[in-house]
Design a protein around this ligand. Structure first.
Ligand code: UD1
Ligand code: MG
Length: 427
């Protein structure tokens, strides 16, 4: 069965209090909220539509650069979640499959869960299926209101709910499956006579009932997956939940995490067995780390990093978009960016790859071939290549390529002036 996904990402996200960044482009461990949602559907939806509005240019740019298959559809002005979905109607005019609707602000949702949800929709022969879950503290979510026979009646938003309705703990996850042929006409009929004066997508439940459609709820057991981000407090909480989930996965796969409370690892990082991650390490974005590595304490991998087997990335080392080949050590206090390090390389403490030219705004690469040794406190000014086996003396400032097995020293010769201090003091 064909599935097309619609992701709502046009809202202002007022509660985030952000002037410059639309809510769905806020990040958790180097990936945007919208990126998580797009990744959760990209493997099984035949097409993805992202509804953009607030800061549309920024969201469009993000989608174009990172998710080439997804299309953006403009919603302007933004008159609510129901209005947002109506924007996609012209695109889906002749479509007669299933439409999966998600919100761009629920990054914890798993692909596996969405597949089960769609399967449930199909097995029930449902026309409209909404995902729900039970929250001890349901504040701010739409409440699922049921009839006395337990069938669905409607969804009531917090701002429209009576005290009795507010006490309901079953909430709307904001994820829906629709039989598009039967449901598309709803989007011309939603009303905005509610507390927020918006066209609510949630009203399709009661609309479906009036049309005698088959309307169902799929109750999700792990409620953490649909945690919605509306504020900075939610953002921090979601990051914690996601990190816990990631760390548990790595530990189950044979990675030692010495202190899970102070370690952050993104879900798009792959880590080999028997690697040890020491405390206060932060690993964001997409990275691969091999087997038997030692990372940290206090290391920062910023994405695009490939670390092969038996590598040490030690204290206060930052690595970005670089490959570190096997048996290489970057022990202490270094920055390795846009670089390629060969095997059996040793990087002395305080080494910097100077990859950025602030005059041209260009970044350049540093290449260190196998067996290169860099003395402490050196600066490798990119673009630069150090050929196999070459050594750089401590404090080297390297602005030219260095041939194989050579020694490069750039420091001024040491002078020792005998009794200099005594002479000064005696004056
Ligand atoms: C919504 C649901 C609520 C549900 C909750 C789950 C409605 C009316 N309410 O509430 O029942 O429990 O999600 O997280 O649907 N958006 C647009 N265009 C708009 C308005 C919003 O694209 O005009 C997008 C937002 O960018 C966001 C999503 O829709 O990604 C949800 O909007 P939000 O304002 O966060 O709704 P909630 O109050 O969380
Ligand atoms: Mg929300």
């Amino acid at each position: 069965m064909d599935i097309k996904a619609v992701i709502l990402a046009a809202g202002k996200g007022t509660r985030m209090k952000s002037e410059t960044t639309p809510k769905v482009l806020h990040q958790i461990m180097g990936k945007t909220l919208l990126g998580y949602v797009l990744d959760s559907v990209k493997n099984f939806a035949s097409e993805e539509f992202v509804i953009v509005g607030h800061h549309a240019d920024k969201v469009e740019k993000f989608v174009k650069e990172n998710y080439k298959c997804a299309k953006t559809v403009l919603q302007s002005p933004q008159l609510g979640t129901g209005h947002a979905v109506s924007m996609v109607c012209p695109e889906l005019e002749n479509y007669n499959g299933t439409v999966l609707i998600l919100c761009g602000d629920t990054p914890l949702i798993k692909e596996k869960t969405l597949k089960k949800f769609v399967e449930f929709h199909q097995i029930q022969n449902s026309d409209i299926t909404v995902m729900s879950t039970i929250f001890d503290n349901p504040a701010n979510y739409g409440r699922i209101i049921r009839e006395t026979d337990n069938s669905l009646k409607c969804i009531v938003e917090e701002k429209d709910a009576t005290p009795e309705q507010k006490s309901v703990k079953e909430v709307n996850a904001g994820i829906y499956c629709l039989d598009w042929t039967k449901v598309k006409s709803a989007f011309g009929q939603l009303k905005s006579n509610n507390a927020q004066g918006e066209y609510y997508l949630t009203d399709i439940i009661s609309w479906g009932k009036t049309q005698n459609l088959n309307v169902n709820a799929y109750i999700l057991e792990d409620s953490s997956e649909i945690y919605g981000i509306n504020s900075r407090i939610n953002l921090a909480q979601a990051a914690k939940m996601m990190n816990k989930r990631n760390l548990e996965k790595y530990m189950e796969n044979g990675v030692t995490i010495v202190d899970p409370d102070s370690t952050w690892i993104s879900e798009d990082t792959i880590i080999g067995q028997d690697t040890i991650i020491y405390p206060a390490t932060y690993i964001e974005g997409k990275n691969t780390i091999g087997k038997n590595c030692k990372i940290g304490p206090c290391a920062h991998l910023r994405g695009g990093v490939e670390v092969c087997d038996n590598v040490k990335v030690g204290n206060f080392v930052e690595v970005k978009k670089s490959k570190i080949s096997s048996n290489t050590n970057v022990g202490h206090l270094s920055y390795i960016g846009d670089s390629e390090l060969g095997e059996h390389v040793n990087i002395g403490a305080g080494t910097i790859t100077a990859n950025f030219n602030p005059l041209t705004n260009e970044k350049s690469r540093t290449i260190l071939k196998d067996n290169v040794k860099i003395g402490s406190n050196s600066v490798l000014v990119a673009p630069v290549t150090i050929e196999e086996g070459a050594n750089i003396g401590a404090g080297g400032i390297i602005t030219k390529n260095i041939p194989s097995w050579a020694l490069a020293i750039t420091r001024t010769p040491l002078r020792i002036i005998a009794d200099w201090v005594k002479i000064k003091l005696s004056k």
